[in-house]
Design a protein around this ligand. Sequence first.
Ligand code: BEZ
Length: 333
Amino acid sequence: MSKFTMTRRAMLAGTAATAAALGAPALVHAQATREFRIGMITPPAHVWNQEATALNATLRETSNGRFGSAVFPSGQLGNEAAMVQQLQTGALDMAWLTTAEIANRVETFGALHAPFLVRNLAHAERLLQTPQVQALLEPLPQQIGAVGLGFAMTGMRQMLSRDVTNTLADLRGKKVRIIPSAPIRDFFTIIGLAPTPMPLPAVYDALANGQIDALDMDFESVINNRYNDLSRTMLVTNHHMFPMVGLMSARVWASLPPADRELVRAASRRHLDRTMARFVAEEDDKQRRLMGGTMQVRAAGPEFFGDAVAQWDRIWAPKAPILPELRRIAAAF
Ligand code: BEZ
């Protein structure tokens, strides 16, 4: 122990004793709260943001005030690709990101966006909880420099269009906004549309000014962003699920003692699991709300898309070797 440390300690002890004797507050403070910054692309009203915001209270409670968190919504810190880079350097502590973004870096995540892999959100929740899907989280530190804390999801994806849509032919050649992600781009290319990648915060203006004709979107985001005000048709296709993964920078993770890592994982899981449960419970009501407006809402099943599923699987089975297994598991539910 250095002379400086001894002297400083003795000085602090003496100061605290004097302060206590005088009835003044001691200079020795409780440990400050370490606040983890969580980046998200979704706006404050989204269920993801509500649960990420609630994570702050859970972290504070389970760590006796040592940890907390703060949400940066709506891509304030940049798009999802930029947030992955910030996780890698440790500039960002945590992010709740779409698996669509992760699929751009780890192709096997593309299997989670396979068309018609699951029928509905209850089915999606079950699939995401299987050991086979959970195992995708393990190599993430080596693959993207971030630890996978758990999965959640937003709603099943539907198709909205500015004009009335009756058949797939009505959409051929039209610009459909997609999240920037290769598996989703391939699906819309196969069915003859012109996929136009753009991050979520840019979508409303692009739809309003006619830069895009159609959307690949879920009920929650349609309601939050009022895309229904700008669309004449919503085809309820449920054509793919849209998972999310809670991530922590591997660098930040390495700076935590093992017990604190498990505390952060458990707190995050609580809110990721709640996110999934809320989507399952609230999806039908969201659809009912959207059916009450001026937008025409019509069901369209896999037959609407011809042989697109088989074509997509031919492209993605070699890139995402887990795909046949996931199709087998999901079909058995
Ligand atoms: C999207 O970019 O379409 C999206 C991203 C996150 C949640 C919901 C939608």
